[in-house]
Every structure is written in structure tokens, then in C-alpha cells.
Design a protein around this ligand. Structure first.
Ligand SMILES: [Cu+2]
Length: 156
């Protein structure tokens, strides 16, 4: 009887221990809360591009500081003749005043060979071409889109 009681007590103790889950194995689960997944901090977001460097080169301040200006209006160049510096590169401001019409400026030498081909600009719009050095002489400037558009450019 006494034996039975003690073994019963032992059994109860063991059962209680298992029921409490954890007393036998200290490291076992039970109260281990997984730490909430920490929201990954966004790394100091994209460092703003520091000051936009001045664009070098071909940009001529609007105000008409180009060496030569040519404009197009009504499918014709407004200048029949322009002068350009000879022997050095120069800037050519091209002003397309024809809305929705593409024009450009090509410069051809006496033999008809294009020595400069400006990109097409669809009006209304302006661009500044960087024209390479030309030897002194008389050239023709044309629009590659409209064969009737021509003028004379004198490099001197
Ligand atoms: Cu044209």
C-alpha cells in the first residue's frame, strides 16, 4: 500500500512535469517567442545625385551667342547668305520656325560634298550645331529634307 502510493505519487509527479512541458528539458520550446521579423531598414535611400554638373560643350546659352544663325520659315531659309569664320570651328544656331516641319542644315563645298550634316530638327525648335573648321571659301547650305532650301555660306 505504502509502496503503491509512493509510486503513484511519482507517476503523478512525472505526469505533471510532462504536462508542464519544459521542466525536463530546459532548452525545449514552450516560451520561445520568435522575435518579430524586424523590418529591414531601407538603406539610406539612393543618395541624391549631387549637383548636376554643367553640361559641357555644345550648349550655347540661349540669347544668341552663336557665331552664325540660320532660320527656316515657310519651307525656306530666311537667310540667303551668311558669313562664317574660316579656319576654326564655330557654332551655328539653327531656328526652325515651321511648326511640325523637319528641317536641318547641311553645308556643302564647291564640289557638292557635304562637309557638315546637322541633325534634323522638327519645328518649332532650335538647336546649336557645332560645325568643324572650314577652309576659307564659298559653300552652300541646304536642307536635306527640302531640296529647294538653299543658301550661301561664306567662310572668311
Ligand atoms: Cu527643310
Amino acid at each position: 500500500m505504502r509502496l503503491a502510493r509512493s509510486s503513484l505519487a511519482a507517476f503523478i509527479a512525472l505526469f505533471a512535469c510532462l504536462a508542464l512541458a519544459g521542466c525536463a528539458s530546459p532548452g525545449a520550446a514552450g516560451w520561445t517567442f520568435a522575435p518579430p521579423p524586424s523590418p529591414t531598414p531601407t538603406p539610406a535611400a539612393s543618395v541624391a545625385a549631387s549637383g548636376s554638373p554643367a553640361v559641357g560643350g555644345s550648349t550655347v546659352p540661349s540669347g544668341g551667342t552663336a557665331d552664325v544663325t540660320i532660320s527656316a520659315l515657310n519651307i525656306a531659309f530666311e537667310q540667303t547668305s551668311v558669313d562664317a569664320p574660316a579656319g576654326k570651328a564655330f557654332s551655328l544656331l539653327f531656328d526652325n520656325k515651321d511648326a511640325s516641319v523637319p528641317h536641318d542644315v547641311w553645308i556643302k563645298d564647291a564640289s557638292g560634298t557635304a562637309v557638315f550634316q546637322g541633325a534634323i530638327i522638327t519645328g518649332l525648335g532650335q538647336t546649336t550645331y557645332d560645325v568643324p573648321s572650314l577652309a576659307a571659301g564659298t559653300y552652300t547650305f541646304t536642307c536635306s529634307v527640302h531640296a529647294n532650301m538653299t543658301g550661301t555660306l561664306v567662310a572668311k
